[in-house]
Every structure is written in structure tokens, then in C-alpha cells.
Ligand binder design. Structure first.
Ligand code: HSE
Length: 344
């Protein structure tokens, strides 16, 4: 089958996805008899393009990466993301607009529109997961389509699918981990002597920080990931506001040096636990020592441990790779995995 794809949001992650799809095109064809073309692209600052017969994706990547508008690629005039979705004739829409932790918009509208038009949706965007999970899941089911978001937490590592599909009828009791890579990079590099600004600049330069990095450093990215996990895995709506995070701005160079001298380090710890039917969630900087599994997770390494009533501790760790940074390519793989599961 041939799939038309719409990319709503064309930042680091969506562009990495486009390249990954191109790299895996032969495998998709040989394993699943799937071919694809890109029929709609919406960018934050470089315009919009639609062509139901297929856009020149290499040209779109080139244009955006040299700061130019993609409008010349379009077969007709479109002026916003909803128009791109409506005219793209896509079978699958990938939603990767910047995260809105407060309301999930406009991503919720993008996804609702795509589902109503009969598209499958995959998103790395946590906003619609926490602010629209029940509505969008019900809408997808009513249309016989999929609403997937595997890349929303821990990028390319399967988290939602593992907990939902590979632990049948196990009861999740708690989870704990490091879910934001940017703050882990900052805390790690400050321990090695960099200033907060230098370390944040590095996280931005490798494409790890959010479009608005205050979402990382003030704990909102971590909080929305905790909320997304709780919302989906406990089927209990939770917002990042309820998590009420504390970020890392209060952690000074001196505090980090003192912790190091004591054999400890600060980590932005994410946790949630079900206590007497109530979910207690938190995101805050905590001192950990070498007895903690979080102590050795440095730089862009992230991970989580789930505790269930049957399998006690099940951990997923994305280690830092020499010469690689994690981030866009791994997150893109989560979207790609959603697509592979949709086409199966
Ligand atoms: N800004 C996020 C982080 C990107 O640093 O973890 C991945 O969600």
C-alpha cells in the first residue's frame, strides 16, 4: 500500500524522521510492501507546502536548513497547519509542533482534524497526550484509526507499548527515573566545571533542548512526561500543573561541587506512585549517591524503572553513546516505530 504522509511541525525531530523514513524505505517495501510520499509539510517559520501527488522532500529539507521558505514546493496556496492537513490527502499525520504544556494546543486541534479526516496519527508531542488522551483515543477508535505517541517519553525506547502490551493485567504501582535529558546534560557538565549557560548552550547546540528551553530547566518537560505516563498507564487524567515541578535553576555551581565532594550528585528525579488509589507525582532536583541507579546516568542518558505487583522492578535505560547525543534521531525512531506498527 502507498501512504501519503503529512508532517505538521518540521523541526529537528520531524526532519530526522523524514531522513529515517528515506533510509528505511527499502525495508518498508520489502517487509511490508509499503511505499510512501510526503504530501503536506507545515513549519513554524518556513511556511507551508501541500501536494497530494508528493512533495520533493530533499528540497524541503534543504530549503528549511538554509533558512528558506518551502512555499515554492506547494501545488497550491495554504496558510496554516489545519489547511495543510485538510488538503494533504494524507493517510498518516505526524504531529510535532512545539509542546504546549499548559493546554496541549494547537496540537489537539491538528490531531482531531486529522482523525476526523480518517488519518492515523503519531506524535512526539506530549501536550495532546496529557490534555486530550481520552478524547483523541476515543475519536481514533470510532474512526478505526490509531493515535500513537511512543516517542513522547524516552524517545525511541518503547515505553507505552511495553507497559500496555507486554505486561498484561500487571498493576503498575510506581515509576521513577530521569526523563529530561537537557537538565541531565546541564547538571553533568556543571559537575565537570562548565557554567550553567555554557551547559545549556551545549544542550541547545545538539538539538536536545525544547524550542523554549525554560520548559526543560524549569521541569515542565519532565512534568508533562510524568503526567503523560500517569494519564495513559493508569488511565487517570493528570496535567503537568498537577505535578507542579521544581526545576534546576536553584542548583548552583557551589551546591554541585559540594555534592561531588560528598560523593553525591543532583539529578532531576521524576516519580509517581499510587497510594490508596491516589496518584502522587513529583519532579524535583534530588541528591543521589552511588547506591542509586540514577547516579550513573550522566549527560544525555535517561531512564525509568517501573514497579508492578508482579515484576518488581523493570528498568529501561537509554545510555549515552560515545560521539552521539541521543535526541532527535532516537525520538524520530519512536515516530517511525509507530508508523511501522500502523502499517502492519
Ligand atoms: N527536551 C527534551 C529533553 C527532549 O531534554 O529530554 C526529549 O523529549
Amino acid at each position: 500500500m502507498h501512504y501519503n504522509l503529512a508532517l505538521i511541525g518540521f523541526g529537528n525531530v520531524a526532519r530526522a524522521l523524514a531522513r529515517l523514513l528515506i533510509r528505511k524505505a527499502d525495508l518498508l517495501k520489502s517487509k511490508h510492501d509499503v511505499t510512501f510520499s510526503f504530501t503536506g509539510i507545515s513549519t513554524g517559520r518556513h511556511g507551508f507546502a501541500v501536494n497530494p501527488k508528493g512533495l520533493d522532500i530533499q528540497k524541503a529539507l534543504e530549503l528549511v536548513e538554509s533558512g528558506k521558505d518551502i512555499f515554492p514546493l506547494s501545488s497550491f496556496d495554504v496558510k496554516d497547519s489545519l489547511a495543510v492537513i485538510q488538503h494533504s490527502q494524507a493517510n498518516v499525520m505526524f504531529e510535532n509542533s512545539p509542546v504546549n504544556t499548559q493546554t496541549g494546543q494547537p496540537a489537539i486541534d491538528h490531531i482531531r482534524t486529522a482523525l476526523e479526516l480518517g488519518m492515523h496519527v503519531s506524535t512526539a508531542n506530549k501536550g495532546p497526550v496529557v490534555h486530550g488522551y481520552r478524547e483523541l483515543t476515543a475519536l481514533a477508535e470510532s474512526k478505526g484509526k490509531k493515535f500513537r505517541f511512543e516517542s513522547a517519553v524516552l524517545g525511541g525506547a518503547p515505553v507505552f507499548s511495553v507497559m500496555r502490551e507486554a505486561f498484561p493485567l500487571a498493576e503498575l504501582e510506581s515509576f521513577k527515573g530521569i526523563l529530561n535529558a537537557t537538565t541531565n546534560v546541564i547538571l553533568s557538565r556543571m559537575e565537570s566545571g562548565e557554567t550553567y549557560e555554557q551547559a545549556l548552550n551545549h544542550a541547545q547546540s545538539i538539538g536536545l533542548a525544547e524550542t523554549d528551553p525554560t520548559n526543560d530547566v524549569d521541569g515542565w518537560d519532565a512534568a508533562i512526561k510524568v503526567a503523560a505516563l500517569a494519564t495513559v498507564l493508569w488511565n487517570t487524567p493528570m496535567t503537568p500543573q498537577q505535578v507542579n515541578p521544581t526545576g534546576i535553576r536553584g542548583i548552583t555551581f557551589e551546591m554541585i561541587a559540594k555534592a561531588k565532594a560528598d560523593g553525591k550528585r543532583y539529578k532531576l528525579v521524576c516519580s509517581a506512585e499510587k497510594v490508596n488509589g491516589e496518584i502522587v507525582a513529583s519532579v524535583s532536583p534530588q541528591l543521589v549517591d552511588s547506591s542509586s541507579s540514577l547516579y550513573g546516568m550522566m549527560n544525555s542518558s535517561t531512564g525509568i524503572t517501573f514497579r508492578t505487583d508482579v515484576v518488581l522492578d523493570y528498568s529501561i535505560v537509554l545510555s549515552e553513546k560515545p560521539g552521539m547525543t541521543g535526541g532527535p534521531v532516537e525520538t524520530a525512531y519512536g515516530l517511525f516505530a509507530d508508523f511501522a506498527s500502523i502499517v502492519k
